[in-house]
Design a protein around this ligand. Structure first.
Ligand code: NAD
Length: 348
């Protein structure tokens, strides 16, 4: 029997990526829908073969308690709502897979971790790239002798965003602009590729004057993280630049280029290193699998085996603490230290 997920929020990520991905899952299946639009939810339920009585409004969320087919919830609501629905899910004994960014403040992240621990339910943040196979091959390569000691990382997550959806331009609902929405991928990659935690950040934010969308949140955030080994990771994130989602990691002996690192599909890894006199280039061939399906199956396996997910709540909290330091650095114009987490909240 597969692990049943209730999908909370039927926006773009749910309808266009997650629900279709279940078809490629081995351990997870959709079991209920929670939405503010009854008509959309009814149509979606029919499309995925769900019974009409497995559709609920946000106010009836607690009805999921009575549904044994639902073991977990997948939260795909605006960032500021992740905490409320995580706490409500934990209170009715359901495991939680929440979208990134985990929340809009480190206080909220800590409260989510505490709520799930109290109820003894698993908590995972949907860092899909950490389940994607080419990114995983890049992690292996980054740790190999061929690349050697890591020196520089450059990552970009850039796009040109349109007028909506409006919640992304609201500080209250989104927690920030390009940084928490897409810059977080660069930050998370710098951490999973190096397996280090940054000590210090410098940053600059920019918003075009007079653009209504960027009155509350930044259009662009550029930041540099300094790691204990000396690695410097530079990242650019923007809602106002031509699409780019790749990263380059350079070590003392070799480097790697990860094309479309943060895209939904189409990742490619290029390795460059020296062998004696020769410069070599290699492109590992990796059979693509749907990263959303891999992510959902990982959560399902953790629920079955009562295991801690690979990207638990502490991973989301860690990124949130660093993003708060990045925002302080952009504000102050000076390097800002990244605060340490209590020992029981460290991820690695
Ligand atoms: P979206 O705007 O398409 O969907 C959000 C949903 O929340 C909508 O169905 C909307 O009706 C509902 N909602 C409920 N209350 C709301 C309110 N007060 N204001 C606005 N909407 C409200 O957004 P999305 O792109 O699906 O993003 C949802 C979450 O998923 C966000 O946390 C986002 O960061 C994350 N996300 C992750 C990825 C990824 O690749 N992992 C990609 C996109 C979005």
């Amino acid at each position: 029997e597969r692990v049943g997920f209730a999908i909370i929020g039927l926006g773009r990520i749910s309808l266009e990526q997650i629900l279709p991905a279940f078809a490629q899952c081995r351990l997870a299946r959709p079991a209920a829908l929670v939405s503010g639009s009854p008509e959309k939810a009814r149509l979606t339920a029919r499309q995925y073969g769900l019974r009409p009585d497995s559709v609920h409004g946000y106010e009836q969320f607690e009805r999921l308690r009575e549904d044994p087919a639902v073991q977990a919830v997948y939260i795909a609501l605006p960032n500021a709502m992740h905490r409320e629905f995580t706490e409500r899910a934990a209170a009715i004994g359901k495991h939680v897979l929440t979208e990134k960014p985990m929340a809009t403040s480190s206080e909220d992240c800590a409260a989510m971790i505490a709520a799930c621990a109290r109820s003894n339910v698993r908590l995972m943040v949907a860092y899909r790239c950490q389940y994607e196979q080419v990114n995983r091959a890049a992690i292996q390569a980054a740790q190999s002798d061929a690349v050697g000691r890591l020196r520089f990382l450059q990552a970009a997550n850039l796009q040109s965003s349109g007028p909506g959806p409006q919640w992304r331009y609201s500080r209250r609902l989104a927690g920030g602009g390009a940084l928490p929405d897409i810059g977080i991928y660069c930050l998370n990659a710098a951490r999973y590729l190096s397996r280090e935690e940054p000590l210090e950040v410098v940053a600059q934010a920019y918003s075009p004057p007079g653009d209504e969308r960027f009155r509350e949140v930044e259009e662009s955030m550029s930041f540099t993280l300094r790691f204990p080994s000396g690695l410097l990771a530079q990242a650019q994130s923007s809602y106002g630049a031509y699409q780019e989602k790749s990263l380059r990691l350079t070590g003392e002996r070799g480097s790697l280029f990860l094309e479309d690192a943060f895209a939904y599909r189409g990742q490619r890894l290029h390795l460059f290193y020296r062998d004696g006199e020769h410069g070599l280039q290699r492109q590992p061939q990796i059979h693509p699998r749907n990263q959303f399906a891999l992510e959902l199956d990982h959560m399902a396996r953790c629920i079955r085996e009562k295991r801690r997910p690979h990207t638990p709540g502490e991973e989301g909290l860690r990124d949130q603490v660093i993003m708060e330091a990045i925002m302080r650095a952009a504000e102050s114009g000076r390097p800002e230290p990244v605060p340490l987490l209590p020992a029981d909240m460290t991820v690695r």
